[in-house]
Ligand binder design. Structure first.
Ligand SMILES: Nc1ncnc2c1ncn2[C@@H]1O[C@H](COP(=O)(O)OP(=O)(O)OP(=O)(O)O)[C@@H](O)[C@H]1O
Ligand SMILES: [Mg+2]
Length: 396
């Protein structure tokens, strides 16, 4: 990292930061960071933005699709960098508005594209779209039009087709900075092993998340989910449950309203015993829903029995994988904006591939929440016979 005379900042950094700084100084409009998992894209761009904010007077916006995921990732990284470098001053941090102000008039603001006002709001000098492939092109376009200087993007190239490839990378003012975990010397041995082992999980997955390359054919399983915020007024409710221990135990709520399904994660936590889960369910499930079915993974009959003895309507789920996925795909499904773990799974959940052939078998990785979702939707269809849920109750 270069040093400036007045505002020195000695940052331990990776080559990804050097490439981004170089691209910025050369005046590229779009600096496109495509890479595998943990290649230091986000961390490096945050370091660079802090460095620029200190050395120039800039308005910088950091944007992601949803606010919870933004808070859990890039905002955390930026605050860590400020704190590690002893720059952080709580008085300069507006936690309600998610804006950090520097003494020299620079500001870094964080917002999600769901915030209509912000997306169409004031102009900025620099834009950083974190996990940019989550954004729709019109959303990106609105942001880009209000940005006078550089636009940074980062993403894992999990899509075969995308506006980033067709529009942004096709622009002569763009530069591609590619990176993989090998560019990040700060990873632990376990983290490296996890990424390298992806080759044994799935070749396409390895391509995207280890090598940072686009998949050769479409492997993403669910591409139709939409987000929602306000719960519909319907008492047509079922639950789905996937038991874990080292893996997370997941408990989700599904509301049906007008033939649409609204899914929300309520428990997503590792190291829970069934007794722990029961304590949580007692506070999560109100009395009116106490008799609603909880479709559970039948691989754990003892846990189902414990739930039943605790007064819940726990039922073994129909776990048919392909038919269940097809059923979920055929429905209009909304996932709550705050269900960040489910959204994360949606972005990773892919068909297994053999060479260049895509199979109809999902990769068994990061699928606990989506299994619970499938159990709830598919089993409730199967059990009522006539479509889902108690339509008689709704339409009586
Ligand atoms: N310069 C650095 N100094 C210390 N740690 C770093 C540095 N760069 C990266 N790391 C560590 O490596 C981890 C992974 O980096 P980062 O999250 O930026 O990767 P990424 O490329 O954005 O990954 P993903 O594609 O999964 O979002 C960080 O959480 C951080 O712990
Ligand atoms: Mg990242």
């Amino acid at each position: 990292m270069k040093k400036q005379q007045n505002n020195e900042l000695e940052l331990k950094h990776t080559s990804v930061l050097t490439y981004n700084l170089d691209a910025y100084e050369r005046g590229f409009r779009f600096i496109v960071n495509q890479g595998g998992s943990r290649s230091s894209k986000t961390y490096s761009i945050c370091q660079l933005l802090v460095y620029l904010a200190i050395n120039k007077k800039l308005t910088i916006s950091i944007v992601r699709k949803s606010l919870p995921s933004l808070k859990n990732s890039v905002l955390k990284d930026l605050l860590e960098i400020l704190k590690e470098n002893k720059i952080y001053n709580e008085n300069n941090h507006n936690k309600t508005e998610n804006i950090y102000s520097f003494g020299n008039g620079s500001v870094i603001e964080f917002f999600s594209v769901d915030d209509e006002q912000k997306i169409r709001g004031r102009k900025r000098d620099i834009l950083y779209c974190n996990e940019a492939n989550e954004l729709d092109f019109p959303e990106f376009n609105q942001l880009m039009l209000r940005t006078s200087g550089a636009v940074f993007l980062d993403y894992n190239p999990s899509d075969t087709e995308h506006w980033i490839y067709d529009v942004v990378l096709a622009d002569e003012k763009s530069i591609l900075v590619k990176s993989t975990y090998k560019d990040n010397p700060f990873l632990s041995k376990d983290q490296i092993e996890y990424i390298e082992n992806l080759i044994n999980v799935d070749v396409q997955f390895y391509r995207v998340y280890a090598l940072g390359e686009r998949p050769v054919s479409q492997t993403r399983i669910y591409t139709h989910f939409k987000k929602y915020v306000d719960e519909p007024a319907s008492t047509n409710v079922v639950f789905g449950c996937d038991f874990g221990f080292n893996h997370p135990s997941v408990f989700i709520k599904v509301i049906e309203a007008g033939g649409k399904y609204y899914v929300q994660e309520q428990v997503y936590e590792s190291k829970l015993t069934t007794a722990d889960l029961i304590i949580k369910l007692n506070s999560l499930i109100p009395d009116q829903y106490r008799d609603k079915p909880i479709y559970c993974d039948y691989a754990r009959p003892e846990s189902i029995e414990e739930l039943k003895r605790a007064g819940f309507n726990a039922i073994p789920a129909d776990k048919a994988v392909k038919a269940g996925i097809d059923y979920v795909k055929s429905k209009e499904v909304f996932i709550h904006l705050d269900s960040v773990n489910l959204w994360k799974e949606v972005n990773l959940y892919s068909w297994k591939s053999k060479g260049n052939i895509i199979t109809d078998e999902p990769i068994k990785l990061n699928d606990d929440g989506l299994d619970a979702l499938r159990y709830a939707l598919y089993s409730s269809k199967k059990s009522s016979g006539s479509g889902v849920w108690d339509y008689e109750l709704v339409f009586a």
